[in-house]
Design a protein around this ligand. Structure first.
Ligand code: C2E
Ligand code: MG
Ligand code: MG
Ligand code: MG
Length: 285
């Protein structure tokens, strides 16, 4: 009895239910990855040239269509996938699908999010190289997005991985810039080709401090010869500010939500014809 009570101090029924729910989620995700990959969908969000409004690149974003719960966003299951080790299989799935889909869109770069544990995998670079060969996509068209936390941690191995990717001519982008621990002076050490300004900074542009911060980020990136993408662009005011600042690419709900591959093909056709958000650009200049 005493033992039972003691245990419950550390392991309350609520925690128990929480752990069980998480285990069930991981089970269901494992099933999806290995037995029923039709539950997994890769959507694409365009990134637009800040000067012309043309679509220059697309970001692959994973979606899971759970048999009972419907569509689940990656914020819910990516952390669990990392903890359970499923992220490797999941990450390979996304990379392969994105490269296969990219064959139909020769004019754009395709960007894939890579989690820290994928980066630490010893055969990660070999796998990227194999997938590029298999799909016939030029390495210059692939970009990998990593977060600061991933780049700051286990730095030597990660640095070696990035160097090997660059040798392949695969580009690396620093995702969610500003939300991690690095300071502006660390940008140079990251040796990435691009930074993606996190949407929380874009959202703060309407305040003088927020605007100043984004200005500083863009100018530091410029000094180091890095391209800048702003994510989370939701208002015409943000668009105009970021464009006038010299941000290279813009991404956000104002321009397009993430869409399925079929819909993306249609958006690219519009973009080629100079339609779509490109027209807003001319008007807002
Ligand atoms: P992220 O890489 O920073 O991706 C951008 C997220 O912001 C996406 O959420 C996108 O739908 C959302 N977003 C885009 N424009 C706007 C906007 O204007 N306003 C707002 N509020 N949000 C916007 P999503 O698809 O839910 O993905 C969340 C995160 O999950 C991603 O953040 C990324 O870190 C991770 N993730 C997604 N797919 C993968 C994947 O295949 N592998 C790995 N390792 N992580 C992934
Ligand atoms: Mg990303
Ligand atoms: Mg991001
Ligand atoms: Mg983000």
């Amino acid at each position: 009895k005493a033992e039972g009570r003691g245990r419950y101090l550390f392991f309350t029924p609520a925690m128990d239910a929480d752990i069980r729910a998480r285990e069930e989620l991981v089970q269901a995700l494992r099933h999806a990855v290995y037995e029923d990959p039709a539950q997994l969908h890769v959507h694409y969000q365009p990134m637009y040239c800040a000067r012309t409004g043309a679509i220059l690149a697309v970001e692959a974003l994973l979606r899971w269509e759970h048999p009972e719960r419907g569509f689940i966003g990656p914020g819910t299951f990516i952390p669990q996938a990392e903890e359970s080790g499923l992220i490797e299989a999941l990450g390979n799935f996304v990379l392969r699908r994105a490269l296969e889909d990219a064959r139909a869109w020769p004019e754009v770069r395709v960007s894939v999010n890579i989690s820290p544990s994928q980066m630490r995998c010893t055969d990660f670079v070999a796998r990227v190289r194999d997938l590029l060969e298999e799909t016939g996509v030029a390495p210059q068209r692939l970009e990998l997005e990593m977060t600061e936390t991933a780049l700051m941690a286990s730095s030597r191995d990660v640095r070696r991985t990035i160097a090997a990717l660059r040798e392949l001519e695969v580009a690396c982008a620093l995702d969610d810039f500003g939300t991690g621990y690095s300071s502006l002076s660390h940008i140079r050490d990251m040796a990435v080709d691009r930074i993606k300004v996190d949407k929380s900074f874009v959202a703060a542009i309407s305040t003088p401090q927020g605007a100043g911060l984004v200005e500083a980020i863009v100018s530091v990136a410029r000094v180091h010869g890095m391209a800048v993408t702003a994510e989370g662009v939701e208002t015409p005011m943000q668009l105009a500010f970021l464009r006038d600042l010299g941000c290279h690419e813009l991404q956000g709900f104002l321009l397009s939500h993430p869409v399925c591959a079929t819909r993306l093909s249609a958006l690219l056709a519009e973009s080629r014809a100079g339609q779509g958000p490109a027209l807003q650009w001319a008007g807002s200049g």
